[in-house]
Design a protein around this ligand. Structure first.
Ligand code: SF4
Length: 209
């Protein structure tokens, strides 16, 4: 489930259609909220998701926690229906205390300087600390090159993060493969985890339907 709206404005964002209504991101396209956003009730969203019959639902964006109090009842309904839920977040919004009881997992992706976003907006210590305290949270950093790993180290050390994953930046299978090759050794030396982008490897930057 992809939610609209984001509180950051990363230049290389691969989902600018969720928030970029002015064409400020690299793509330069001004997307239309009337075309991209589809207001739905909690019941409508829950029903549609449960109809897929999948054991896991991943909530992404945009920034899902920007509308976390509206998201909570959907997630609670999914959990009551026996569905596991993971929530992707940029780590700048403090999670509401109610999340602890839902058993969801947060995949937190703090943004680095190459996002073009000011540090004070993209690194929010209170949010990182609160997310770190929830069971199962992992921290995933998008890296353009091995040089970025020093910046990741700073953030990891400053906020005592663990369960760290590194993912290459890229929107084509070739970029992902090149990134994985370049990052593998320096990530391994640091005892972090490395991941590709399976959907990009399979479908490139094609949008789902
Ligand atoms: S935080 Fe994520 S969705 Fe928001 S602008 Fe950055 S990459 Fe895009």
């Amino acid at each position: 489930m992809r939610l609209g709206g984001c509180n950051l404005t990363c230049t290389w964002c691969d989902t600018p259609y969720t928030w970029d209504w002015t064409g400020s991101s690299e793509s330069g396209v001004a997307h239309q909220p009337s075309r991209e956003l589809h207001p739905m009730t909690v019941e409508e969203v829950t029903e549609r998701l449960l109809a897929y019959g999948t054991p896991l639902v991943v909530v992404s964006g945009g920034e899902p926690l920007s509308q976390q109090l509206r998201l909570l009842p959907v997630v609670e309904n999914l959990r009551a229906g026996g569905v596991d839920v993971e929530i992707e977040t940029n780590g700048t919004v403090v999670p509401a205390p109610q999340w602890a009881a839902t058993g969801v997992r947060f995949n937190v992706s703090p943004k680095l300087a190459h996002s073009g976003v000011a540090k004070s907006r993209r690194i929010v210590p209170g949010a990182l600390t609160a997310l770190r305290a929830l069971p199962g949270t992992c921290f995933k950093f998008v890296c353009a090159a091995p040089d970025d790993l020093a910046e990741v180290e700073e953030v990891v050390r400053a906020h005592a993060l663990d369960n760290v994953w590194i993912m290459p930046r890229g929107q084509s299978p070739e970029e992902i493969a090149d990134g994985l090759r370049a990052l593998a050794d320096p990530v391994g030396v640091r005892r972090w985890n490395l991941t590709g982008r399976l959907h990009v490897t399979v479908w490139g930057n094609q949008r789902g339907v």
